[in-house]
Design a protein around this ligand. Structure first.
Ligand code: SER
Length: 313
């Protein structure tokens, strides 16, 4: 079936790889990239691009009508660390962009939405290990509050208006094509860059801070898989727990040392430590496995090999 797809926030860490992958699956002409700034060469050269602010409803509606868009992936957001510095801007961006796409779907201008949630929906009172799908959620960060509210709105629009919105609670995402920006889990990407360029890394989290993480290939595959699943199999309309691996800065450093024996890590925790401390260590994603057959392919060893190999090249 032919469908037309719009990616909002296509130039970010996830958006870039998602756009390129969807273009491979559905054809370059079927996937329109958009963002408030231009992206890397691969992205810009492989298909149509629109300068578009996801909080601007009229501009969004116009692009959707022009390209006869069926599906929207809303990847524009302000992440946890930056959101603590600009709470109101984070709330406006993260919520208004979501309301825009939910309302477009409610008015039948688009058929399906993907919107990412995060492990940041959990908070200090959440059980930390193997955090269940349904549990206490009292997020203590601006970003987490916006994602948790977003989940409730997705669930509401689905049950009240029949909107087909689908969502995943991404763990920290590790990738080499595009750098992340403004997140608490960003250290797990920076560390590979610094290991290669400087042989050392000063980490902004403590050595034993264990967080749920995932390699980008797995995250993109999960997203495509969820979006291709039959309607009746999607039992969760807030957002699915999703998991692949969990590790601490000390553990990832040890893993890097197996490839670069002289690599050194130092610890200088900053305000991001408190954010990380409020999040789970590991996630129970059995509902995603059961409903649509989720299974990760990358563990820490495989991730390290892939990251170092690609960054070196
Ligand atoms: N990776 C994100 C962050 O650190 C969490 O979703 O903000």
């Amino acid at each position: 079936m032919h469908k037309s797809i719009l990616i909002l926030g296509a130039c970010g860490q996830i958006g870039t790889e998602l756009t390129l992958n969807l273009r491979e699956t559905y054809g370059n002409e079927s996937v329109i990239a958009s963002d408030i700034r231009e992206g890397n060469e691969n992205l810009m050269d492989s298909g149509s691009f629109e300068l578009l602010d996801a909080t601007d409803y009229d501009a969004l509606e116009e692009v959707i009508a022009y390209y006869e868009i069926d599906e929207v992936y809303l990847m524009a957001a302000m992440l946890s660390a930056t959101a603590e510095k600009f709470p109101e801007r984070a709330w406006n961006l993260n919520m208004n962009s979501l309301f825009n796409v939910l309302n477009l779907a409610k008015d039948k201008k688009i058929k399906r939405i993907f919107w990412p949630s995060s492990i940041a929906v959990f908070g200090p009172s959440t059980p930390k290990t193997n955090t269940p799908q349904n549990t206490i959620m009292e997020p203590s960060t601006v970003y987490g509050i916006s994602k948790q509210s977003g989940e409730r709105w997705c669930n509401y629009y689905h049950h009240k208006f029949g909107v087909d919105v689908r969502s995943l609670r991404y763990p920290g995402l590790i990738s080499w094509k595009t750098q992340p920006g403004g997140g608490t889990t960003d250290y797990a990407v920076e560390i590979y860059h610094k290991a290669l360029t400087e042989g050392a890394y000063s980490c902004f989290l403590n050595k034993d801070t264990k967080l749920p993480m995932m390699f980008m290939d797995d995250a993109i595959r999960a997203t495509q898989q969820l979006m291709a699943t039959d309607m009746e199999k999607i039992g969760i309309r807030s957002s699915y727990n999703l998991s692949a691996m969990s590790f601490s800065p000390k553990e990832i450093a040890q893993n890097i040392k197996e490839h670069i024996p002289e690599f050194e890590i130092f610890y200088e925790p900053d305000f991001r430590q408190a954010i990380a401390d409020s999040w789970p260590n590991s996630i129970d994603d059995s509902q995603a496995r059961k409903d649509w057959g989720w299974k990760p392919l990358f563990d820490l060893n495989k991730t390290t090999k892939d990251m170092l190999g690609n960054l070196k090249a």
